[in-house]
Design a protein around this ligand. Structure first.
Ligand SMILES: [Ca+2]
Ligand SMILES: [Ca+2]
Length: 482
């Protein structure tokens, strides 16, 4: 009885409840692919060929550790690194396992990246710098050439099972990769143990790869274990829309990547289409059980670079700056993929994984995008409304909706108005407050919280007046005057 009473007390204390629902709201995540980030140790560069995008490039955990001050200078508060497990030694399809998604051993570090000791040093250095660490976990497959495929054939789904199933997404191989059968007791135990192994090394959160292809019953068990340990979980369901994210937040993930918003942002901001596509995605936010935990991004290592589609070299920096400022006005957790903060170019995989360039290599445009991103992050962190506030779309008149998106972020007594302007020219808008569904007191001309842009708002006689630069997103404090 006493044990039961103690257990009940533990479960119900506020601390235990907080532990039960880990949160990353308010964080800014920086995504790193270690092989393509920074080479801190040339001694581990076996097989490195930087001229070949399908080969190892020499980046490692020592290099990532050295560059933590750079990531911190951008304003990011958490680092997600793509897998650093020991990889299959051979290449497949003329591609080396530099990306980390072809594991050989889930409980060791690939020698190209360093060792378990270098991993521990990285985690400790990140934590000492006040940053959280998000580790990429592969739970669906081994590498094509992993020794487990021959040593433990019973661990994997067979072609006959794939042929017979109604559930091809989870039972059949993803891109031909040896597909783990998570109902096999040894496999299940190994994967649950892996989470505990890396958790014990101090990581704060897991990004789970390819969850669309993993059996639901196993996922539930894995998530229950993470939840009990207070580990935040982020699922990668490629192409997830709001409905899928909502479903999986209800099923136990803290977060998923909102791919539908990423593609809308790319179409509207980078490709110059209407902002209605973004509005459509944001209008579904009320379906999400935990809208503040959803992970938002402009690009990542699996999609072409955000700046890929620009026809002219000079458009990429400006439109990427617009995209990053827009991202930093939204409710959710922004992720910045290495290089996006300097408008790095690149098409589909592997061209989207070019080597990171650092400040001593930047041209003026790259420095401009970095500075604007840093300034916007400073503003977001300083504003509880931008960081945590409830997000409400405003009813912009239909004739403006291609080029103007307005929403508020409200936290306690603070309101911030986000204004995205998609037009090619600077423009002034005057819109009746009652049409927008906004009620706020008069306000003298007020500048954007993003201090390095020329964007202004004022409110008088029932009208909202906006002065907005071409192709840009701004954030204004509202209700400032008594
Ligand atoms: Ca190296
Ligand atoms: Ca599978």
């Amino acid at each position: 009885m006493r044990c039961l009473a103690t257990l009940t007390a533990l479960l119900l204390t506020p601390a235990a409840l907080a532990q039960a629902t880990p949160s990353m709201e308010g964080q800014i995540i920086y995504q790193v692919m270690p092989d393509r980030f920074f080479d801190g140790d040339p001694a581990n560069n076996a097989g490195v060929d930087r001229a070949n995008l399908r080969a190892w490039h020499g980046g490692d955990l020592a290099g990532l550790t050295q560059k933590i001050p750079y990531i911190k200078s951008l304003g990011a508060t958490a680092i997600w690194l793509t897998p650093v497990y020991q990889q299959q030694a051979k290449s497949s399809f003329d591609t080396a396992a530099y990306h980390g998604y072809w594991p050989e051993n889930f409980q060791n570090v690939d020698p190209h990246f360093g060792s378990l000791a270098t991993f521990d040093t990285f985690v400790k250095t990140a934590k000492d710098a006040g940053m959280k660490v998000i580790l990429d976990q592969v739970i669906n497959h081994f590498g094509y050439e992993a020794s487990a495929v021959k040593q433990h054939p019973a661990w994997f789904h067979t072609q006959a099972q794939c042929d017979a199933t109604n559930d091809q997404d989870t039972v059949c191989p993803l891109a031909g990769l040896p597909d783990l059968n998570q109902q096999q007791p040894e496999v299940k135990k190994m994967l649950l143990d892996n989470a505990n192994f890396w958790r014990a090394r101090g990581v704060d959160a897991f990004r789970y790869d390819a969850i669309k292809h993993v059996e639901q019953a196993f996922l539930q068990e894995l998530l229950a274990q993470d939840r009990a340990a207070g580990t935040w979980t982020l699922g990668e369901w490629y192409d997830a829309d709001t409905g899928t994210v909502a479903e999986w937040q209800n099923n136990g993930f803290d977060s998923l990547f909102l791919f539908s918003l990423q593609s809308a942002l790319k179409r509207s901001i980078m490709n110059g289409q209407s902002l209605r596509g973004v509005r459509e995605v944001l209008s579904r936010s009320n379906e999400l059980p935990r809208p503040g935990e959803v992970t938002l991004f402009l690009d990542n290592h699996d999609v072409p670079r955000f700046a890929q589609a620009t026809l002219f070299e000079d458009e990429a920096p400006q439109l990427t700056r617009y995209g990053l400022r827009a991202l930093l006005t939204l409710r959710g957790i922004p992720v910045i993929w290495q290089g996006t903060e300097i408008a790095m170019r690149g098409g589909a995989d592997p061209d989207n994984r070019r080597d990171m360039r650092f400040d001593n290599q930047w041209n003026q445009s790259e420095k401009m995008v970095f500075d604007a991103t840093r300034t916007a992050i400073v503003a977001r962190k300083a504003s509880p409304a931008l960081n945590h506030g409830v997000q409400t779309l405003l009813n912009v008149p239909d004739s403006y909706q291609d080029n103007l998106l307005l929403f508020t972020r409200v936290q306690d007594e603070q309101t911030v108005l986000a204004a995205w302007h998609n037009g090619k020219e600077r423009r002034t808008y005057s819109i009746p407050l009652n049409k927008l569904g906004l009620s706020t007191r008069d306000q003298a001309v007020t500048k954007s919280l993003f201090t390095d842009q020329d964007a202004k708002v004022s409110i008088s006689k029932g009208y909202l007046h906006l002065s907005l630069p071409a192709k840009d997103a701004a954030a204004f404090p509202l209700g400032l005057e008594k």
